[in-house]
Design a protein around this ligand. Structure first.
Ligand code: ADP
Length: 180
């Protein structure tokens, strides 16, 4: 493969529903490695997200506002590899937590390579304290009345507590996976 003379641009895609300190850890690592990092916040229509795309974008914006080489964009209605081509990115960054992520991430990396062979997927490992942290876990804890301080940025924790009150008021009891 050719060596890059131009700046290396990486895309970190995800649904970020909501962004957690584990995501922030990966973003910081990527920002230290690549010239530019673009966070692609996926619309993720199939996922029935707790937060709207706009809310998720705002949370990510707030979390990266002091990182100079990081920017945030929505990813809507197109393939990730096409998004990468549009922004001239040659790298896809994904985070790897426990072994459980591996199979899904391997499959994604494989299909993205099939779709566009010039874009490499790079996996980064978070600090140990975030190795088991997942957006789904945080949502479940917060919507059931638990505290999520230290797991997500402060504004996200507050939004989660507000969401819990909203759910309580509506009486839907809507929690994604009730297992806690
Ligand atoms: P997706 O819906 O694409 O899985 P997520 O927002 O859940 O998006 O995650 C985006 C990426 O960040 C994935 O590669 C996921 O494995 C990674 N990730 C999520 N939480 C953590 C964490 N605590 N530490 C490291 N990587 C993480």
């Amino acid at each position: 493969m050719e060596k890059h003379a131009s700046p290396i641009i990486a895309v970190y895609p995800g649904s970020f529903d909501p962004i957690t300190n584990g995501h922030v850890d990966i973003i910081k690592r990527a920002s230290g490695i690549f010239d530019r990092v673009i966070i692609a916040v996926a619309e993720a229509l199939h996922k029935n997200t707790l937060f709207t795309l706009k809310e998720r974008l705002d949370f990510v914006e707030e979390a990266v506002k002091d990182m100079e080489n990081v920017e945030v964009k929505p990813l809507r209605g197109k393939l990730l590899v096409d998004f990468c081509k549009e922004v001239n990115a040659s790298i896809i960054v994904r985070g790897l937590r426990a072994v459980s992520d591996f199979e899904y991430e391997f499959k994604l990396a494989w299909i993205n390579r099939r779709l566009h062979g010039d874009i490499e997927t790079v996996f980064l490992i978070p600090s140990e304290e975030y190795a088991y942290l997942a957006s789904s876990l945080v949502k479940e804890i917060a919507t059931l009345g638990g505290r999520v301080d230290g797991l997500v940025p402060k504004n996200v924790a507050e939004a989660l507590y507000r969401k819990k009150e909203e759910i309580k008021r509506k009486g839907t009891g809507e929690v994604h996976e009730q297992s806690l």
